[in-house]
Ligand binder design. Structure first.
Ligand code: FES
Ligand SMILES: [Fe+2]
Length: 318
């Protein structure tokens, strides 16, 4: 590869589209990333996935995700309450058990320790569990979410364009070179700006375990073994929720003792979330513009459904 050429000449729209097409053929098993495990509610909470209204609640400690419409007359069960393990409808008091009843069945749920997943009929071959990413054993984790006016494929396409890193995010990266890749993955060397004029080099790879997830792994350099998972969950046509989890680790001898320090963990989590949110300032524009260019009527970001949908930084423990 001729690395003397500028990035705009090396960035291949065809290669990005090819990689995207290959990843979009990957199954998901019908599973959607729904919520961070740490934020899984106790009281009923409303979600929207792929145009369906859902409610998440707990029945005797167990997470339940079910349709949000009451099977009686359609009341919003997210405004109901839980009593003796049953979800009680606010309109006429029908008590719905966690196992469901005629015409109203909860969906399969899986909590992988960092993310809560829900399985819904989506045309994919159903799998008993979501396709998960291997995370480092000793890690400090953080989560971050935001809603975008685009479709999941636009989020994945943004990450499958590694050439934009140094130019679109000059505050974070420089001297980026794509070193290998095939139809479904890329590897790159990049200089990462870590603050106070300090930089470090890293080799990272991007791959898509499913059509709606992309994973960045640090395979060499500071933070070797760390993974950043980006999960794109469709809310409705032209609207996507991005749930990112960062699992930071290091083979530095100081990481083990430092990772036992609550202060160190808190500071690192805050920095991880701050960096992720900073990168998404530009990546959100990229993904939404790509969606617009595909001809969708998403010139203006639709209003967010509620204050809880605002992008949040979410540090949480492993
Ligand atoms: S609408 Fe729920 S009990 Fe009537
Ligand atoms: Fe980016």
């Amino acid at each position: 590869m001729n690395t003397q050429q500028p990035d705009w000449a090396l960035a291949s729209p065809q290669r990005i589209e090819q990689a995207l097409e290959a990843t979009q053929r990957r199954g998901t098993g019908g599973w959607f990333a729904l919520e961070f495990s740490e934020r899984a509610p106790t009281d009923p909470k409303r979600y929207q996935v792929d145009g369906h209204e859902l409610v998440m609640w707990r029945s005797e400690g167990e997470l339940v995700v079910s349709p949000a419409a009451c099977p009686h007359m359609g009341a919003d069960l997210a405004t109901g309450r839980v009593c003796r393990g049953k979800l009680v409808c606010p309109w006429h008091g029908l008590a719905l058990p966690a196992r469901g009843r005629t015409g109203w069945r909860p969906y399969p749920v899986h909590d992988d320790g960092q993310l809560v997943w829900v399985q819904m009929p989506a045309g994919d071959e159903a799998l008993p569990r979501p396709i998960l990413v291997e995370r480092p054993t000793r890690r400090i984790s953080a989560g971050h979410q935001l809603d975008l006016a685009c479709d999941p494929q636009d989020v994945i396409a943004n990450r499958l364009d590694p050439w934009h890193g140094a130019h679109l995010h000059p505050h974070s990266f420089s001297q980026l070179a794509v070193v290998d890749g095939d139809d479904e993955a890329f590897g790159l060397d990049v200089e990462v700006k870590v603050g106070w004029s300090l930089t470090t080099r890293a080799r990272v790879t991007f791959h898509c375990p499913t059509a709606r997830s992309i994973v960045m792994s640090i395979v060499d350099g500071v933070g070797k073994g760390s993974v950043l998972e980006t999960h794109a969950t469709p809310i409705a046509p032209g609207r996507t929720r991005v749930l990112e989890t960062m699992s930071a680790t290091s083979d530095h001898p100081l990481f083990r003792p430092l990772s036992s320090s609550g202060l160190f963990r808190r500071v690192l989590r805050q920095r991880l979330v701050a960096r992720a949110r900073r990168l998404w300032v530009e990546d959100a524009e990229y993904a939404e513009r790509r969606c617009l260019l595909r001809g969708r009527k998403t010139a203006h970001r639709p209003p967010l459904a509620s204050p809880q949908d605002e992008p949040v930084g979410l540090p949480y423990p492993i």
